[in-house]
Design a protein around this ligand. Structure first.
Ligand code: AMP
Ligand code: MG
Length: 486
């Protein structure tokens, strides 16, 4: 375990040069203080947990101090936002401080979000508010605990620096960790600005550092693109199975590693709703829950377009064709496990679709449904969940088929409860839970954020005393309007 001054930096992205990023120093926030820290994320850097409570910690991640080996940079990228190409985005309020190599030889980007203005800030103030920083922190760590690939969050630092959004709020900084912050939009930027040399340099960089196994292939770039398709198919399969809605799936928010990235007005489904739109500013529902699948596919085709200088259109199309079947395989695999099934049958897809159609008109809590289904022997469990459905005859029909399906499983009752509880979370980051923690933090009480983070770090385990966190949302909590403003 290390102290803060013992980190080893190896700034590989910065070394790509000034065509890729601009050196910018963080602009400190006033009276920096620790709001919440993830010890699990600290461990990724081999950091001693007690280091979080030293004053230097808040100074470093509040932009007051900097390691001499850091090389803070704002990255340039572009991307498709709500379907339209925006030729110049970039880190408008975040800086890649540097890359830390841990003792296991893994590299982690240290990205400070809310670090002040950069050449890419456009009209923005370069800041992040406490509210959105807490939301990103909680979501990154909660997704990771659910087994969904995500960028990680080390800490949130609060301050007295005022920031104007719809009202006056306070600025915060979030320290984000990821093996890379390269987005689809990085490739689009060099493609659309016609910088073939830099584009090749970027592709080599990603291949070398993040897809080394593809280097031996006949066409390394094509193998890399295929892997990106595969990873995204797995990611979206998990989002859909767990009811996670990202909210702003622009291509600049899509990671080249296939991890959940750049959190905005995300949400986990409370009551199941296939058309759920978590982003209050998304009038058309482009990024609704069920649209996430075709949108991920569309985003991959935008990346494919940017790779046409290296790969033939036919090969790119063939690789894109892998997305939907792979997505479906991951989704069905996880949904089967959520239903307690250990084998695969042809009819499972229809069984799952029928269940979701029955959930749609009722008030069925998507997460708790699966948890309750595993809580008791199957017949009793079906009796418990039944009352939330509107079409009771339809549900009874489904129940019979599900029961028959369960009975066809080898050793069908053995370990069913443990098996199902291991994939069906009791605690999920519901918007209203985040909202309560944010309101307390805004008045200076960070205990609720910390408690919620701790609960969500073990989502599958019953935690005595934490029953309230496993309840359905109150009525007000189902209708929170979360906008893009952050
Ligand atoms: P996002 O919707 O958060 O992914 O951001 C889209 C683009 O706007 C990115 O280039 C961000 O860096 C930039 N941006 C968002 N908020 C701000 C802000 N407050 N100040 C400067 N740039 C911002
Ligand atoms: Mg973004």
């Amino acid at each position: 375990m290390k102290g803060l001054d013992e980190l080893t930096f190896d700034n590989r992205f910065a070394r790509l040069g000034d065509a890729f990023s601009t050196q910018v120093l963080p602009e400190p926030i006033d009276d920096p203080r620790l709001v919440v820290v993830s010890e699990a994320a600290m461990a990724l850097l081999d950091l001693e947990p007690t280091e979080a409570h030293s004053p230097v910690f808040a100074e470093l991640f509040g932009g007051h101090k900097l390691w001499s080996e850091a090389d803070p940079r704002a990255m340039v990228y572009s991307g498709h936002q709500f379907g339209s190409y925006n030729p110049r985005l970039g880190d408008g309020r975040g800086l890649l401080l540097g890359e830390v190599r841990n003792d296991a030889g893994q590299h982690w980007d240290l990205h400070l979000k809310g670090a002040g203005q950069t050449p890419y800030s456009r009209m923005g103030d370069g800041r992040a508010v406490l509210r959105s920083s807490i939301r990103e922190f909680l979501a990154s760590e909660a997704l990771h605990a659910l087994g969904i690939p995500s960028s990680r969050a080390l800490c949130v630092i609060g301050s007295n620096t005022p920031v104007w959004r719809e009202t006056k709020e306070s600025a915060a900084m979030l320290l984000r960790l990821a093996p890379s912050h390269i987005r689809f939009g990085h490739f689009e930027y060099f493609y659309y600005t016609r910088q073939p040399e830099q584009q090749r340099q970027l592709a080599e960089h990603v291949l070398d550092l993040h897809y080394p196994e593809c280097k031996a292939a006949d066409e390394p770039y094509l193998a890399m693109f295929r892997s990106i398709v595969e990873r995204n198919a797995e990611l979206i399969g998990k989002w859909q199975a767990y009811g996670f809605c990202h909210g702003v799936m622009n291509t600049d928010n899509m990671s080249i590693l296939g991890i959940t990235f750049d959190f905005g007005p995300f949400a986990f489904l409370d009551d199941f709703d296939a058309g759920f739109i978590c982003n209050h500013s998304d009038d058309q529902g482009r990024y609704s829950y069920s649209n996430q699948v075709p949108i991920a596919h569309w985003n991959l085709s935008a990346l494919a377009q940017a790779l046409t200088p290296f790969i033939s259109v036919e090969a790119l199309q063939e690789a894109l064709g892998l997305f939907l079947p792979l997505y479906e395989a991951h989704y069905l695999d996880l949904m089967r496990r959520r239903l307690g099934l250990t084998t695969a049958e042809e009819g499972d897809k229809v069984l799952i679709q029928r269940l979701l159609s029955l959930m749609q008109p009722g008030a069925v809590d998507y997460s708790l449904f699966f948890r309750k289904l595993g809580d008791q022997p199957v017949e009793q469990a079906l009796g418990v969940v039944r009352s939330d459905f509107v079409d009771l005859a339809g549900f009874d029909n489904w129940s019979q088929d599900y029961l028959a399906r369960v009975q066809r499983e080898p050793g069908n009752a053995d370990g069913r409860r443990e098996r199902m509880h291991a994939v069906n979370p009791l605690y999920v980051l519901r918007n209203y839970l985040a909202q309560r923690a944010i309101e307390a933090a805004q008045s200076g009480d960070y205990s609720e954020v910390r408690r919620l983070h701790a609960v969500l770090a073990r989502p599958f385990e019953e935690q005595p005393g934490m029953e309230a966190y496993a309840e359905r949302p109150p009525e007000w909590g189902k209708h929170l309007e979360i906008s893009c403003s952050s």
